[in-house]
Each structure stands twice: as structure tokens, then as C-alpha cells.
Design a protein around this ligand. Sequence first.
Ligand SMILES: [Fe+2]
Length: 241
Amino acid sequence: MNTVAQSFTDHLCSELDSQQDKEPMLARFIAELKTIDCTQVQSLPPLPEPPTVTAHLESTLSAMACGPELANAARSLASAARWNQLFEGEGIEPTLAQGLVAGQLAGQVGLVRSDTIRAGLFLLAPHLHYPLHQHGALELYYVVSGQLTLQYGTTTKPFQVSPGEASVTPSNKVHSLTTHEAPCLVVYAWVGEVESPNWWWVPGANGDWDRVCWERQADAKWIQTRSEPVTQATLEEAGET
Ligand SMILES: [Fe+2]
């Protein structure tokens, strides 16, 4: 039994439960989080600490504005987690690649194994823009430290998510994330199509869009594999028509 994972999961569920009146979709995440079996402990080889963790993790942990029990559990998870850079290789600007790191609670490389949910801590360096992207998985961001700006769709106005606030991104909705002066620490969860690729949208010619496919490898790192035009069917699936 991994007690750090169990404690974090329990306190996250109770904190999300208290916010269900503001976001009914949280019920789905609570139900999936409760399926995490904290006896499925994984022992994976350690990784060198990513520079973003060295530079920014402590200041985000000191500035957490969630409930005190979840904050304590997040500190324990942050020190037990195997932090890794999410995106690697060609097709991403190095500052952005280095600035997006995760410490997984449950999933392929989590403290505990799960094949149906990916959840953990997501640390974003200051002054980053994670561009418009979409994925089949339903996504939860629960901000615990720093201010995060989210945009849903290609033309909608961005909005701010503050510590103690949750945001649920529907399956295939295109969205972007922006950080500001402070680094940002977020509790994330993916449910549903957790194996789906992550498509980044880039402006093409004549106001069209192309999309670049990132696919998750066995070590949980995302690698760019191909690109294609965004079709009418994809625009409809993304709610862009
Ligand atoms: Fe996303």
C-alpha cells in the first residue's frame, strides 16, 4: 500500500466533493479517483530532477491555497513523486519543453499503477504558453498555486483559474494554458480515453488549421509523430463550427 498516494487521493476527493455545486463534472473524476488501487505500487528507476522542479516546486508548495489537508498531502506527493519532463524531442521550443513537468500519482509512471486514470501534480514554469491542443481524454485541472489562464476554443476569450478553483475540459475541446509571473502547481487528472494522442493546433494558410500529433511513449513522455490538416469533421468534433 502506498500511503502517500492513498492520502492524496482521499483528500483530493473530499475537496472536489465540496466543489461539485460549481462544477457537476467533478463527480466523474471523484468516481474515477476512487478506483485507484493504492496497493498497485510501482517501483521505477529514479530520474534526474528536472530543472523546473529545482527552480520552482518549493515556491509553489509554499504558496498553496487549497485546503490544509490536501496541501499537506500534496507536499508528501511532491517529494515522493518521480518528476518528469512531459514533452521531448523535435517540434517544441526548449523553454516550453523544460517548463512542463509532472509528478504522477496514478498511471503508467505513477506511485501506483492505473490503466484507466492518469492523475498527479503538474508544475508549469512562469511565462509559458502551452498552445491550443485537444485530446480524447476528459481533463481536470485543479489549481493549487499560481494563476493559470485557460482558453477554450480558437476564438473565445481566455479566463483565469485561481488556486482552489477547478476547470474541466471536455473530450476533444481545443484549449491552451498560459502562466504569468508566478509558477503554477496544478492537480491534473485524465479519464476516459487516456491513451488518446495529444493534437496541437497550429495556424495554417488562409485561416485554416493544421494539427501536430504527440503520442505518449511507454515511459510516459510525449513524442511528436506526424501532422495533418484540421478537417471539417475535426472542427465539428472540437465544437469549432
Ligand atoms: Fe489538455
